[in-house]
Design a protein around this ligand. Structure first.
Ligand code: ATP
Ligand code: MG
Length: 182
């Protein structure tokens, strides 16, 4: 429902609006780069919610006077034709044993600490769902006590990958009886 071409800088702008106040009060500097000429295809509200949560988490789980970096790039190498948005913080990090589980609904690394920051533990589950439903993926790199990077990768509009997905969407919409071999 409601798929459109969405500019990544607009999505980042919305994400920043969402956490400007908290970032300001913690003296966290947020810088972004490489996002100006990137777009993705999909549901604007869902994409904004996904990026908003990644930036909000970066601010939430970082101590005062740290930095958050948002970097946009194209990733042509291995998987081909992807727009990547990476959100890097200098926060508490995520222990290796929890790293896969943070994408589960209601999973929080440190419930006691997380309670103080509010939230329900749904954010990353939503990010993962939005990524998957847009033909993309979300990944995390982290070092405990040093910080984390979350990358959201989505098909670049017009790429072979994205055109394939668009064709499949169209076929599904038409109630298509065509099936590709697995
Ligand atoms: P909600 O997003 O629903 O408000 P939440 O932030 O706790 O609540 P998620 O966004 O799903 O939920 O994150 C799950 C857990 O993963 C968090 O509670 C936190 O423990 C950990 N986490 C997420 N992002 C980071 C980060 N950037 N640095 C350190 N820990 C993180
Ligand atoms: Mg969250």
């Amino acid at each position: 429902a409601g798929a459109e071409l969405v500019r990544v800088d607009e999505l980042i702008g919305e994400a920043l609006d969402r956490c400007r106040q908290q970032a300001g009060s913690k003296h966290i500097t947020i810088a972004s780069g490489g996002i100006d000429d990137l777009s993705v295809w999909g549901n604007r509200a869902q994409l904004a919610a996904a990026l908003g949560n990644l930036v909000e988490n970066a601010v939430n789980y970082s101590p005062p006077h740290t930095r958050v970096a948002i970097a946009g790039t194209r990733v042509p190498a291995t998987s081909g034709d992807l727009v990547e948005i990476a959100v890097t913080d200098q926060g508490v990090g995520i222990p290796e044993t929890d790293r896969e589980r943070v994408f589960e609904r209601f999973y929080r690394v440190d419930p006691a600490r997380s309670r103080a920051t509010g939230g329900t533990g749904l954010g990353l589950a939503i990010v993962k769902h939005v990524a998957a439903s847009h033909g993309g993926e979300v990944q995390v790199w982290s070092a405990e006590g040093q910080g984390s990077t979350f990358t959201l990768r989505l098909p670049e509009p017009g790429s072979a990958r994205e055109r394939h997905l668009a064709a499949r969407r169209k076929r599904d919409r038409l109630g298509g009886t065509l099936h590709e071999p697995a």
